[in-house]
Ligand binder design. Structure first.
Ligand code: UD1
Ligand code: CA
Length: 461
């Protein structure tokens, strides 16, 4: 059986932060999660995560999902793998993939193809590498001049001038025969400029024992990219962000300007939809065809059908049906279902409510915990008063109701079909079908009143 050991013990001092480096996020997901997902999609389910700096942070995040071991002091990548000895001994007949928790772009294709090479060539170690333009900071792959086979991995700090010119670098991911790895771990020394146990030294040890060692050059050069500081993290985010956008471009999604556009990896968008600047599409959001989303939207975990237009909208965990137009400046909170043909205008908040087909909520309105029928018209400033400070209650509004401006609906309350409410009315009891509800004092007019006041006011000024 094959295992994976993910190294996530490092601090990342240059991040200047109190969280473990592999927990920094790329496109909204911790780098560690990217690495875990790559393993999962390569059908590796036996995973062990080495934690160290701020281990409790990683425990809390993983919540028991995978086995972990603690590296109580940071003595290098070789030392980190040593902590997983017991985990590996359980399956020592198979192979172990070692991965860096701070290199998120390792992919399942690379994992599978490198394993194929590892098995076909009967290698003791297969190092995953890539050729990159700027190799600075990475371990260099030194090959034998005659055979072109891997000779050793030399760290930047230990490399000669000539070795620093090498553009093939170590991704920090390798396949080992598990039994061999256990053997090499016992032979690592701290004999280098950083006085660390380098896992990379196992290559040299294996070759000296006459074992097969080779390097698999990944087609995806991003596999090596890691973040050692905030600038590196921003670069990773840019790479990931543009890769997702490119995938959508290929699928026929339109972008005229990608400034501020962030799309999560799991988001699905159909062809013909246009995404405008400043828009973040997150979680498991699904968007149909011919929509215009943006500018300036945050859409998280929503299902959006065809032909929807959203302008400056934030929407969370909700469903928006075909042909709906929303915005600008609208907040759709979790649990809402906006049915087809609805129009929602500026400064409206909808929470945990269903809005029926063809209904209009044009301005300055709060609809919370409500079931609204079809073709209802909300006047400006309507409020469903759903909370009395202790419990939340629902409002029901029948089809074709016409809600006057500044109506308050004190929940729980039900308006029947086609009810009219007069502007400024506070509804405290159910209203039957086809009725008008009106709640108004008589307007009193006091003639000449303001003339006296006005004189005093003008004198004061
Ligand atoms: C390592 C490799 C280098 C490779 C690079 C790829 C070694 C000696 N060098 O260098 O050849 O090009 O990765 O990114 O292996 N970690 C621990 N405990 C430790 C030290 C590190 O868990 O004591 C973890 C870190 O959290 C990180 C990973 O191991 O996820 C790599 O460690 P890092 O210190 O970043 O190694 P590099 O210097 O980048
Ligand atoms: Ca690193």
């Amino acid at each position: 059986m094959n295992n994976a050991v993910i190294l996530a013990g490092g601090q990342g001092k240059r991040m200047k932060s109190d969280i473990p480096k592999p927990m920094f996020k790329v496109l909204g997901e911790p780098m560690l999660e990217w690495v875990i997902k790559a393993c999962e999609s390569a059908d590796l389910s036996s995973l062990c995560i080495v934690k160290g700096f701020m281990a409790e942070y990683i425990d809390e995040y993983l919540n028991g999902r995978y086995e972990t071991v603690l590296q109580s002091e940071r003595l290098g990548t070789g030392h980190a793998v040593m902590q997983a000895r017991e985990f590996m001994e359980k399956n020592s007949g198979g192979n172990t993939l070692v991965l860096c928790g701070d290199a998120p772009f390792i992919d399942s294709d690379t994992i599978k193809k490198s394993l194929e090479m590892h098995i076909n060539e009967d290698n003791s170690i297969t190092v995953i590498t890539a050729q990159i333009e700027h190799p600075h900071g990475y371990g260099r792959i030194v090959r034998n001049k005659d055979t072109n086979r891997l000779n050793s991995i030399v760290e930047e700090k230990d490399a000669t001038e000539a070795q620093r010119e090498i553009k093939e670098v170590n991704s920090g991911a390798y396949w080992f025969k598990t039994a061999d790895l256990l053997e090499y771990l016992g032979e690592l020394t701290q004999n280098n400029s950083q006085h660390e146990y380098y896992l990379t030294d196992s290559v040299f040890i294996a070759i000296n024992k006459g074992r097969n060692v080779n390097a698999y050059i990944s087609e995806n050069e991003n596999v090596v990219l890691g973040a050692n500081d905030r600038k590196g993290l921003l670069e990773l985010n840019t790479v990931a962000r543009m890769a997702v956008i490119e995938k959508h471009l290929e699928n026929g999604v339109e972008f005229t300007c990608t400034d501020g556009v962030v799309i999560g990896r799991d988001v699905k968008i159909e062809a013909g939809t246009e995404i405008l600047a400043g828009t973040q599409l997150l979680g498991n959001t699904v968007i149909g065809k011919d929509c215009v989303i943006g500018p300036n939207c945050i859409i998280d975990d929503c299902v959006i059908e065809d032909g929807v237009q959203l302008n400056t909208v934030q929407a969370y965990k909700s469903q928006i049906d075909a042909g709906v137009k929303i915005g600008p400046w609208v907040h759709i909170r979790p649990g809402s279902h906006i049915k087809s043909g609805v129009k929602i205008g500026d400064f409206v908040e909808i929470k945990n409510s269903t809005i029926g087909e063809g209904t209009a909520v044009a301005h300055l309105t709060y609809v919370g915990d409500s079931d609204v029928g079809k073709k209802v018209n909300f006047g400006c400033g309507t409020v469903t008063v759903n909370y009395d400070g202790i419990v939340k209650s629902r409002c029901e509004i029948g089809d074709n109701c016409f809600i006057g401006c500044n109506t308050n609906l004190i929940a729980p309350v039900k308006l029947g079909k086609a009810v009219y409410t007069a502007a400024g009315t506070t509804i405290t009891k159910d209203v039957p079908d086809y009725a008008l509800a009106i709640d108004r004092g008589t307007v009193q007019i006091k003639e000449g009143y303001s003339l006296r006041k006005l004189k005093k006011r003008l004198e004061k000024a």
